[in-house]
Ligand binder design. Structure first.
Ligand SMILES: NC(=O)c1ccc[n+]([C@@H]2O[C@H](COP(=O)([O-])OP(=O)(O)OC[C@H]3O[C@@H](n4cnc5c(N)ncnc54)[C@H](OP(=O)(O)O)[C@@H]3O)[C@@H](O)[C@H]2O)c1
Length: 286
């Protein structure tokens, strides 16, 4: 095998954690849209041929869920065709691909955590475009792939719920937060650790859920963020998601259970409260 670990979306929340966790141990080839736009197959092939990666983590995506809803062509171009291009180029170089996918592939009508065998049924363009990416990976990655679904990711790069809540509370704004969507907040650093564990310990190719453990509503998450950070808001009240005028529907219930990790290398993901404490201690919103 040739080079090292090639990351797409390396400037994103997950990518930036991955690059710093992986770099001391192995050669890392970082790419984001400026170095390699995944929608351009020729460019993707050129970068892969030049670097000959031994393994690929494909995290590059359009993650603006409402933006995807209003521009489906672009969403599918990046999330579906971009993933096709990465899967094709990886197969041509003989490198396995780890594709990061999402709880939005499910319809959100479950009453217990989703496992990897549950039927999919995305309700948003984002979810459908990521699912199309999963299908391309299954078809084109020459059988050498891991599909890793996660959810409610927050981290140091970009806008995230934790920082938004803390900033609003510190600015003295009254807070109203959705209490009818249930999921599990996942720190990008824990996800990066999970991704590297899957690559290094190879529990077998296939689909894995990898989110923090437990579940909560956004409202409960906000309450815990404020409590842990020791910030008292002017007010914190629950609200129904119907009051938010958003382009894309969100799954009402989309808790993921890391069943396949449990059955193989063990579920290394922490409970969401522990992860949140880690993020705040590491300087989240600091
Ligand atoms: N965030 C979540 O809650 C969540 C939940 C479940 C699954 N995921 C999945 O996890 C992965 C990582 O997400 P994240 O939260 O780290 O997202 P992120 O912070 O938005 O990072 C994604 C990166 O991909 C880049 N990108 C966009 N279009 C690209 C293109 N055409 N070619 C190459 N790179 C491109 C983005 O650049 P720009 O910033 O310039 O667009 C960004 O740097 C994604 O595949 C996402 O679908 C995320």
């Amino acid at each position: 095998m040739g080079g090292g670990l090639l990351i797409t979306g390396a400037n994103g929340m997950l990518g930036s954690e991955l690059r710093s966790l992986a770099a001391p141990r192995r050669e890392v080839i970082c790419t984001d849209i400026a170095e390699m736009d995944v929608t351009d197959l020729a460019a993707v092939r050129e970068v892969f041929a030049a670097n000959r990666p031994s393994v690929v983590v494909h995290g590059g995506a359009l993650t603006d869920v409402d933006g995807c809803e209003t521009d489906p062509d672009r969403a599918f171009r990046v999330n579906a065709l971009g993933t096709r291009n990465v899967a094709l180029a990886a197969a041509e170089q003989g490198a396995p691909v780890l594709y990061v996918s999402t709880d939005y592939v499910f319809d959100g009508r479950a009453t217990r955590p989703y496992v990897e065998f549950d039927p999919v049924g995305p309700r948003s363009v984002y979810g459908a475009s990521k699912l199309a990416g999963e299908r391309f990976v299954r078809e084109l990655a020459a059988g050498r792939f891991w599909i890793v679904r996660t959810q409610w990711v927050y981290g140091f790069r970009g806008k995230n719920f934790v920082d938004t809540i803390l900033a609003a509370a510190r600015a003295g704004k009254p807070l109203r937060v959705v209490d009818d969507q249930i999921g599990c907040p996942t720190w990008a650093r824990d996800l990066a650790r999970g991704v590297l564990a899957i690559i290094d310990q190879d529990p077998g190719y296939g689909t894995y859920h990898c989110s923090s453990r437990g579940s909560c509503s956004w409202f409960a998450f906000a309450g815990e963020i404020l409590r842990m950070a020791g910030v008292a808001p002017v007010s914190l009240e629950p609200m129904p998601s119907s009051e938010l005028d958003r382009a894309a529907p969100r799954p009402a219930y989309s808790v993921l259970r890391n069943y396949m990790l449990e059955q193989t290398i063990g579920d290394l993901m922490p409970p969401w409260q522990e992860a949140l404490a880690g993020y705040l201690a590491a300087g989240g919103d600091g």
